[in-house]
Write a protein that binds this ligand. Sequence first.
Ligand SMILES: Nc1ncnc2c1ncn2[C@@H]1O[C@H](COP(=O)(O)OP(=O)(O)O)[C@@H](O)[C@H]1O
Ligand SMILES: [Mg+2]
Length: 492
Amino acid sequence: MDSVTRKLYHVCRGNRALPDALLPRNGWKIDRIDIGARTRNRGRLAGGAGGLIDIASMKFPRDMEALSDILAARDVGWVAALWPGQLEDVSIRSIVRGRCMGYITLPTTPDELGHAVGHARGMALLTEPVIHDPRTIVDGEMIGSCETMLHLFRMIRKVAICNAPVLIQGESGTGKELTALSIHRHSARRYAPFVAINCGAMPEHLVMSELFGYERGAFTGASERKAGRIEAANGGTVFLDEIADLPMKSQAGLLRFLQEQRIERLGCAQSIPVDVRIVCATHVDLKQATSERRFREDLYHRLNVLQIDEPPLRARGADIELLARHLLDKLREDSGRRIRGFSDDAVRALRAHDWPGNVRELRNRVWRAVVMFDSSTITASDLGLSHCIDARTSSLDQVRRDAERRAIERALLRHRGKVADAARELDISRVTLYRLLESYEVDIARFLRGMRTDVPLTVADAYQSRIQRRGSCDSAGDQRGVTGIFQGSCTS
Ligand SMILES: Nc1ncnc2c1ncn2[C@@H]1O[C@H](COP(=O)(O)OP(=O)(O)O)[C@@H](O)[C@H]1O
Ligand SMILES: [Mg+2]
């Protein structure tokens, strides 16, 4: 075992309390970190190493900040070496308790040190890896490995290569904005601006001036000329979030812009050509909004050329855990606390919860847990999800029925309400699936309404062929891309 070389970081300052003679030798390669040197930071520390913090050699509070920074390194098993009296200091106690696998009070021996850091390094190696599925894709901030997410990543790349408007639909917190950003980053426009506008957050009277800009004197208070957000994105992408909240008057202005690719600043009769791609998102059913006359139908058809549905978190299967670990990893780096991962009951709760707030809710729960947790692993109660694992006295039959119902609902979600596909996945006939849906009173209309939006192809076709005339997109007759969640037909 001693023939294996293990890395040992020795963090100290000047007058070391742990001279070389005290450090463990056999099998350890020692890398010294001078806490006073600014060049060293946690980003350079390799995981899977042992670490000795020579607290006895440091001065507090002067060294506290630099030490916290170094100790935030993931997968290093830290052991503190200090004088007994130093544990009286509250900040030192907190750093030892929160960040170290153990501590040694001086004086000590090489054997004792070797044993402690060997144990700490072993524990650090047990930290769960975030990504174990080789299919996992990390796209900017987005991560996913389930079939639904892989499909989404493929769609992003497909739509990125043309210029037609994209409509992203999905529940709140599913990652619509990240998807829009990813489309921009995969497109030829990536070096130009990505300008995000939340149509719901702007007061109605400001929307037009924000979008299109104004000339000096256009209205009271317009003391100088200002370019609008669309103009500011020239060459790039404009992301219109919560498009359903766009006031009617601005809908007319946006429609004009989409038809002419020109804008008119308020108070200026002259129009200016602007080259931007429009990507918009909504969590409401835009089609229904048109039938209720809350959204212009002509604008809806203009925007709904390429469509992406963002899958809800509950339809992403094992990705829920993957995302939870990914978010924990990011958040624990900021918190600087030593967290080993999720307890078994936390994992069960993550699987059982329905996630109405989607990834945003998951992020908030993990964040809260990182702040609130008391032991070394995050429990269901730290996530505020203990109710999901409460031991209920259910009959075996009830447990079976619950599991069956859940499997059916998730298959329907995965296949965006398509009963035939869901039945195939579940290996039952369509008739049986319908019977089960009836017996469980599953509201299939909810899936069909929420997950499938039928693009009126005649309009989409007309628009496609217009684009084709401009040479940006593929033939309208070629409907290769028209499937489940993505409707459009772009090729490279
Ligand atoms: N696939 C994903 N991987 C990692 N983080 C994600 C993913 N999807 C969403 N998030 C995170 O969830 C939160 C909500 O995402 P956002 O794009 O604002 O959702 P929406 O626009 O649909 O409401 C953000 O903090 C975002 O970083
Ligand atoms: Mg959003």
